[in-house]
Design a protein around this ligand. Structure first.
Ligand SMILES: [Zn+2]
Ligand SMILES: [Zn+2]
Length: 416
């Protein structure tokens, strides 16, 4: 049997081409029902974990999902019973903590945890904190605090100023802040993979959301136990701030950073695709923060928060599907490119026996996809220092033993 797309000879039992990932049992041109990261999910799906945590989601996806749900339940219960500071704290840090746990789990930082944590999380967090405090205090001093006459005019001008800040300043400056660290990291040779870029964008966005939550709700955080509360309102607010907001901002930044990393070996850099990705990320934030700001003018606070949640989830849905499409197409096209390069005489990567991270079947040497389930071999955890088989060519800095062609470490190929 031969693959109709890349003409690789295939074993007769193969379901997927191990070189280009094509579904050879199906007549369909593209495999829209089998996400390259996690083939048992369709590409167009709202599965958040396999989207924002693409590496190793086959093995540990359930763990991350359960941890997130537990954190959500704790935050909501705390809000329900009036322990507002605890609720805000859990909401602010739940997703970053789970995400850093994921980075550790799959060794995404390639044995360089300090550099990745500082550049992708702390830098954005500190810059986000400073920036949010600046505009937040600015809005606060502009608010009509007890100025009796002409208060109506003052309110509407503050609303307009607030809308401009929320829908222009925060999205644009915020996205620039969120791009600095991930772009720096993704331009390092050991982090130039598409999935790395996407993940760094997500963690950066999540860090910004944490800073935003801490500044906006500092009074709640330091306000102590509240007895006279409306549990429904608090729970909705916590869900919005702790879960919807970080996912919207994180996915948006992840899309832009994935475009920066691009396909194949090396990073693509500041291409038109990257700037389109940044524009998409900014647009998502304009819609999100602008919408929230508009809803906040409603008289009924609960209605305003519920509308904000619905609005945020709509935006998140679009972003998740967009990001899955980028990852899916990226993995398939990169494999095809690598196969064509190999046919043209480029050296094949050093490969050792691998087992599929999703279905645990043995994989054909040097394959980009599992021929049984179709999972991309690049979506596995990074091997790091635990890898027994170092590439024979000494002097390669990253001991990545991934079988993907993009992971071949020739020093010349890395200096881009
Ligand atoms: Zn093929
Ligand atoms: Zn498999």
């Amino acid at each position: 049997m031969e693959c109709p797309q890349c003409h690789t000879p295939l074993p007769d039992v193969a379901h997927y081409c191990h070189t280009c990932g094509r579904d050879v049992r199906s007549s369909a041109e593209s495999r829209q029902q089998h996400f390259a990261v996690k083939p048992d999910e369709p590409v167009a799906s709202f599965a958040i974990v396999s989207t924002i945590m693409p590496r190793g989601s086959g093995q540990r996806g359930q763990t991350y999902r359960i941890t997130l749900v537990v954190a959500l339940v704790i935050a909501l219960l705390a809000a329900c019973f009036g322990a507002v500071p605890l609720a805000v704290l859990v909401a602010a840090f739940a997703i970053p903590v789970v995400y850093i746990m994921y980075l550790y789990d799959v060794n995404l930082w390639d044995d360089n945890p300090v550099q990745v944590t500082v550049m992708a999380f702390l830098l954005t967090f500190v810059l986000g904190l400073g920036f949010t405090m600046l505009w937040f205090v600015g809005i606060g001093t502009a608010s009509p605090g007890g100025s009796g006459a002409g208060q109506g005019a003052a309110v509407s001008s503050v609303n307009l100023a607030g809308l401009l800040v929320a829908a222009v300043l925060v999205p644009v400056v915020g996205e620039i802040i969120r791009q600095v660290g991930p772009v720096f990291l993704a331009s390092r040779p050991r982090f130039d993979d598409l999935l790395d870029g996407a993940s760094f964008g997500v963690i950066s966005g999540v860090a910004f959301a944490t800073a935003d939550t801490l500044v906006r709700h500092w009074e709640l955080l330091t306000g102590g136990f509240t007895r006279e509360i409306d549990p429904g309102l608090w729970m909705s607010l916590i869900f919005l701030e702790g879960f919807v907001k970080p996912l919207v901002i994180g996915t948006a930044s992840g899309i832009a950073c994935a475009e920066f990393s691009g396909l194949g070996r090396g990073y693509d850099g500041f291409t038109p695709r990257y700037f389109r990705g940044v524009a998409e990320a900014i647009l998502a934030n304009v819609l999100y923060f602008g919408g929230i700001q508009l809803f906040s003018n409603l008289e009924n606070a609960t209605l305003s928060v519920v509308l904000s949640i619905v609005w945020g989830l709509l935006i998140l849905g679009v972003l998740v599907i967009r990001m899955r499409r980028i990852l899916h197409v990226g993995l398939l096209e990169a494999a095809l490119e690598a196969a064509q390069a190999a046919q043209a005489g480029a050296p094949l990567p050093q490969a050792e026996q691998q087992f599929c991270a999703q279905c645990e079947m043995p994989m054909i040497l040097g394959s980009s996809f599992c021929s049984a389930c179709g999972a991309s071999s690049r979506a596995r955890a990074k091997d790091g220092q635990t890898a027994l088989a170092q590439p024979v060519g000494a002097g390669s800095p990253a001991p990545s033993a991934s079988p993907a062609p993009s992971a071949t470490t020739t020093t010349e190929g890395e200096q881009k």
